[in-house]
Design a protein around this ligand. Structure first.
Ligand code: NAD
Ligand code: ZN
Length: 253
């Protein structure tokens, strides 16, 4: 059912939330656009400006690593300045109310953590761009450190510990999905009775398989996204409104 307007969307969502025992929020870039971080696929989104650099190009070319880091530094200001939005705050409230024990996100912006949702209960399917790691030994490096090295030597730095390549801690296209988060996401999906897909175009696989898995497992499915998604037809509630507007009433003050 597609909610006809904002008010009825909120009313219906409230009922579903009240009836649910275990809610699993599943979030994509759309929850962070009001925080000043563009999504990929909306008009003007990151996708239209820069095609992502696939993993094999990153590891096979110093030039591509330099380019990847230059692009990352351009985005640094938006990432560093972004504060959690109304959607993030609402989900943190649902967590504190005992309704949403954990969440799964495709986002890499750290805003769920910043909203007060405990980090150990956030499953990041695509990693986190607010820090970097060595691809070989997994040592963590902070953005400021990478920036300093890059500026000093005018090229992407390698790991001082092992010589491996240093990459923002995200999963690139062509890079295999992290096994542990995928397993946790699957377990959470199977354990929830209400799955909230929020701000994801639901086209990136395998992440997009989770709403389907939830539905097949008997959970209710709510999709909040201003554009239609492939799964709208099987959802119990489809809300094509602004995420912040829809979720603001769920923020506990
Ligand atoms: P996407 O760009 O494919 O889809 C975002 C969806 O959100 C779009 O369908 C758009 O219509 C909708 N949307 C945007 N703002 C909205 C709003 N205010 N209200 C309602 N709907 C809104 O994003 P995705 O499916 O999450 O996948 C892209 C991948 O790119 C992610 O998996 C992630 O790894 C990465 N990414 C992350 C960020 C971030 O961390 N904030 C930003 C861009 C891309
Ligand atoms: Zn290393």
């Amino acid at each position: 059912m597609i909610a006809p307007d904002l008010e009825s969307a909120i009313d219906r969502l409230r009922e579903l939330v009240e009836d649910a025992r275990v809610i699993l929020p599943f979030t994509g870039a759309g929850i962070s656009t009001e925080c000043g971080i563009p999504d990929f696929r909306s008009p003007g989104g990151l996708w239209t400006k820069n095609k992502p650099i696939p993993f094999d190009e990153f590891v096979s070319s110093q030039e591509m690593r330099d380019e990847a880091w230059r692009r990352r530094f351009v985005l640094e200001e938006s990432f560093a300045r972004a504060k959690p939005g109304r959607g993030h705050l609402a989900l943190a409230s649902l967590h504190r109310a005992g309704k949403a024990p954990a969440l799964v996100t495709q986002n890499i912006d750290n805003l769920h953590q910043n909203s007060g949702f405990p980090a150990e209960h956030i499953v990041e399917l695509h990693g986190n761009t607010t820090y970097a790691t060595c691809l070989d030994c997994a040592t963590r490096y902070e953005m400021g450190w990478v920036r300093k090295k890059f500026d000093a030597q005018r090229r992407a730095p390698d790991c001082p510990a092992c010589g491996g390549y240093i990459k923002s801690a995200t999963i690139s296209f062509g890079q295999s999905m992290p096994a542990e988060p995928m397993q946790r996401a699957e377990n959470l999906t199977n354990a929830c009775d209400l799955f909230l897909a929020i701000g994801s175009s639901l086209v990136v696989w395998p992440a997009a398989g989770f709403p389907l898995m939830a539905k097949q497992n008997g959970a209710g499915l709510v999709i909040i996204n201003r554009e239609p998604t492939e799964f709208d037809g099987i959802a119990d509630l489809v809300v094509r409104q602004d995420i912040g507007d829809v979720l603001a009433p769920f923020i506990a003050h």
